[in-house]
Design a protein around this ligand. Structure first.
Ligand code: SAH
Length: 253
């Protein structure tokens, strides 16, 4: 892809992938796409194939010890990683992340930390994944987007980048919208409504029409608590512990 325009010092994602053409993909649409065009953040793809071995530019080989599939070679991976690090900030300020179902689960907190940095290098796997020695040698952090297995790391990389760049100042335009949403306060977000107020007999909760900001905030908080308790007992327990709350307390609205 052609390099995107960028403002000096713009947050940059360097992506090592066998499929550079799938970027920016969905990141090129809507608010992240506009911010990319405006140079608020930037994307550099590095084609892993360029570092392949021999006439056929091989990047993978069969798993040592047997088994199905192919594994990405350590020499190929580290050559691409070394290239990505050229011109990047020092390693302690520039995370190098491999997308992997075995990685640490991605959280809002991780995205918020990365958004404050200068950028990151992302390594997208394919086939059975990476030779472990490349991961260990380069001190690569493994990150997962959930307990399921994708065919490759590209969709996961786009999810991770989306979660991160929307937290970069001016990307969303409306900063407040990231402060009140799910996970930022340890709770899932309350239900949202818009017009019409009466939709085929289904009305919106009365309090939201009252114009009373205090009551509305209270309703939303209780609705968020009830939803979190119902759907995410793990988050609910952590929230209660942090707020000295009884997790069994009734969340009735
Ligand atoms: N054999 C591996 C799965 C390989 S899937 C295992 O069982 O752990 C191929 C590639 O898809 C991975 O190298 C990784 O880059 C990507 N991938 C698959 N699932 C993912 C997930 N949940 N999160 C992040 N990346 C994932």
């Amino acid at each position: 892809m052609t390099p995107t325009p960028r403002l000096k010092g713009a947050w940059t994602a360097k992506i090592i992938t066998l499929f550079p053409d799938v970027f920016p993909g969905v990141l090129g649409a809507s608010l992240t796409g506009k911010a990319l065009q405006d140079g608020l953040w930037a994307l550099d793809t590095i084609d892993l194939r360029r570092f392949g071995i021999g006439k056929h530019r091989n990047v993978d080989d069969t798993p040592t010890g047997g088994g199905a599939g192919m594994v990405l070679r350590p020499d190929v991976l580290t050559a691409a990683l070394a290239e990505a690090q050229k011109g990047s900030a020092p390693r302690d300020q520039w995370p190098v992340i491999a997308l992997s179902p075995r990685g640490k689960p991605l959280t809002q907190e991780m995205a918020a930390t990365w958004a404050k940095g200068a950028g990151m290098t992302l390594l997208c796997g394919r086939f059975e994944g990476f030779d472990q020695r490349a991961i260990d040698t380069f001190g690569v952090q493994e990150v997962s987007i959930g307990d399921f297995v994708l065919t490759g790391g590209e969709i996961a990389a786009q999810a991770l980048i989306d979660a991160t760049v929307r937290l970069i100042p001016r990307v969303l335009g409306n900063q407040a919208s990231t402060e009140e949403e799910s996970f930022s306060d340890g709770l899932l977000e309350h239900p949202q409504y818009t017009r019409p107020n009466d939709w085929g007999g289904q009305t919106v909760p009365e309090v939201l029409l009252s114009g009373h900001h205090g009551d509305i905030a209270k309703w939303r908080k209780r609705a968020a608590e009830r939803l979190t308790k119902e759907r995410r007992p793990d988050l609910w327990r952590a929230y209660c512990a942090a707020h000295n709350k009884d997790p069994e307390e009734d969340q009735e609205l």
